[in-house]
Design a protein around this ligand. Sequence first.
Ligand code: SF4
Ligand code: SF4
Length: 377
Amino acid sequence: MPINDLLTEIEAEAARQLAICNACRYCEGLCAVFPALQRRTLFESGDIGQLANLCHNCKGCYHACQFIPPHAFAVNLPQILSEARFESYAAYAWPRPLGRLFENNGVVVSLIAALGVAALLIGVGLAHAPADLFAARTGPGAFYQVIPWGLMAGLAGGVTLFAVLAMTIGAFRFWRHTGEGGPATAGAVRPAALAAGDILTLHNLGGGGRGCNDKDEGFSTLRRRLHHFMFYGFMLCFASTTVAWIYDHFLGLVAPYPFFSAPVLLGTTGGIGMMIGTGGLLWLKFVTDQAPTARRLLGADVALLLLLFLVAATGLLLLCLRETPAMALLLAVHLGFVLALFLLLPYSKFVHGLYRSLALLRDRRERAASLHAHSKG
Ligand code: SF4
Ligand code: SF4
């Protein structure tokens, strides 16, 4: 029976379980979700969106709970909040019809990755005679002999701009939706600084120092460390691409660059970090206790992690073999995966980083308003 007719089925079930938690309060010290819960008396759709994206899926409340199935209350917060999170990604997506890409997301990610690679491979194959395709190329401009600079820059620039626009609109929708009817928020600078610290250190994944229930009821910080590898690995790869763009546009230095150059060192370190992070998280997906997880979302999680892993792995392989006859095909495969990743940024679980960051910011602002109200009271 829905608590509120305006809620979706998943939101209504989340609201039912959250109402039980609000009465029970046994887990209030476990994470930021429970204090945020207590600041609310009603659970509107925006509140579910905020709480679901504030949850970092540590599973601590599941292992602490006396009301998990088969108890009649059937509380399983990590599972229902995962479902609600995923549903919120589709609701905030822009353009809205593309939010449907979140359905069967594992299949969609795999298909677009395959299409991206196939399109680049076919294009490169058609543009070069076989002898030319497998010729070893060295020196500045070697990559552009395979795929012209204009095409490469146009594709990358167009897809990146679209992804940034779509994610900005999604972020705006999230912020407006989660603010409707929620508790008061206050302050701008200090809450933003505290939220930035939470985001950059993945503070909540530390579980207050003892870690999370990564695999079972035991505590570990493995998931936090793997997220660090993946997050900073991705940021280093992004920095590598930016530095390469500056080299090319402003310094007249054309790729490929020597190993001991800023773009290659940043890209190599980042690529290794991404492979460790995504590979480890993939492994964790399969060895973790499945009861507190949303099984139907496993495909989407796995597909994105695999895509990130393949972007990093093909980039490093290209670096190792860039002066051999395999370079042209490896370049097409790597760029195909990169293209698919950037096309999918707004329509894959990648957006959880964005919404989670905003949820942490809203949480810090709510906490500041609550402290202010208490100090005045
Ligand atoms: S998860 Fe269970 S134990 Fe924890 S607050 Fe909710 S109902 Fe209580
Ligand atoms: S899974 Fe972890 S982060 Fe999510 S509500 Fe439970 S204790 Fe909080």
